[in-house]
Design a binder for this molecule. Sequence first.
Ligand code: ATP
Ligand code: MG
Length: 316
Amino acid sequence: MISDEIMKNQLNNTLQKTDLSIGEKYQGKVRDNYFVDDKIIMITSDRISAFDHVLGTIPFKGQVLNQISLFWFNMTRDIVKNHLIESPDPNVMVTKKCKKIPIEMVVRGYLTGSLWRAYEKGERILYGIKFNQGLKKQQKFGMPIVTPSTKEEYGKHDMPITQKEIIEKGILPREQYEKIEEAAVKLFERGTKIAADNNLILVDTKYEFGLDENDEIVLIDEIHTPDSSRFWVKDKYKDLFNQGRDQERLDKEHLRKWLMAKGFSGEGTPPKLDDDIRMQVAMMYIDLYQRITGQEFKPEAGNVLERIKENLSEYM
Ligand SMILES: Nc1ncnc2c1ncn2[C@@H]1O[C@H](COP(=O)(O)OP(=O)(O)OP(=O)(O)O)[C@@H](O)[C@H]1O
Ligand SMILES: [Mg+2]
């Protein structure tokens, strides 16, 4: 594990934002994306969000997220082409710019989250799929299910959509929809298998696809990161499920609890993250990196922005 000293030093070296003079910048909650010609330079910052607010930065978080995505792009390229070209810096991925397919492909292995909330209210047909009576919270499905949603603009909630609507509305031809659905399921199965080898459950996740210049399907955005997926601990699942207790979540749950203890759950001004919580959350992300990849995390300490500028010099 990484020493307290490295962690403490990094508190003042995190990457809050970038302002590079390349291409056209598009800033997400976590990533700064620069669109240049036929490429996107995707810089994962150390920003963290919870309850839809960006709250501050976490040491090494950008490196963790970027390198988890890298790991999965490399582990799944035999299933479907992806947009990764190279990673010139631990926080950066250079990708091929594609024509976006405006649908988020969500794949779920378990009845949880928004799906559980709808089921609990008595809804039995969701995303065009019929669900049996008597299912329990966090129950495993017989096979993974695909629940696509439209990708809406910032501030609007993504809306569920069925395969039928996607085809009828002309968002995608049937053949292409079937291809991305098949790819999404195969990616999820691969993710599930690798996660299981490391005592994790890939509970659910979201994929985005695009089309390249030859109209071929390409996996874009990020894959199986803690920002796009939910993970549980595999060998604890059964006991917790049988006892009717919630699964242990390996993500921002600890931070959310800390925020709620300070009286913040989305409304008003968020509290300032102190050094202790920033270091605890950093450890959680590093732990997750190691669990997911089965590899030791090698922190790239020092000023992240300066390093990125150096590593991206050939793009500027
Ligand atoms: N290869 C690609 N070609 C074209 N667009 C892409 C590609 N990869 C990702 N994108 C898009 O680039 C954008 C990246 O934005 P980013 O994920 O940083 O922020 P966001 O999705 O707007 O918000 P959030 O921070 O909540 O994720 C997304 O709209 C994503 O769909
Ligand atoms: Mg995004």
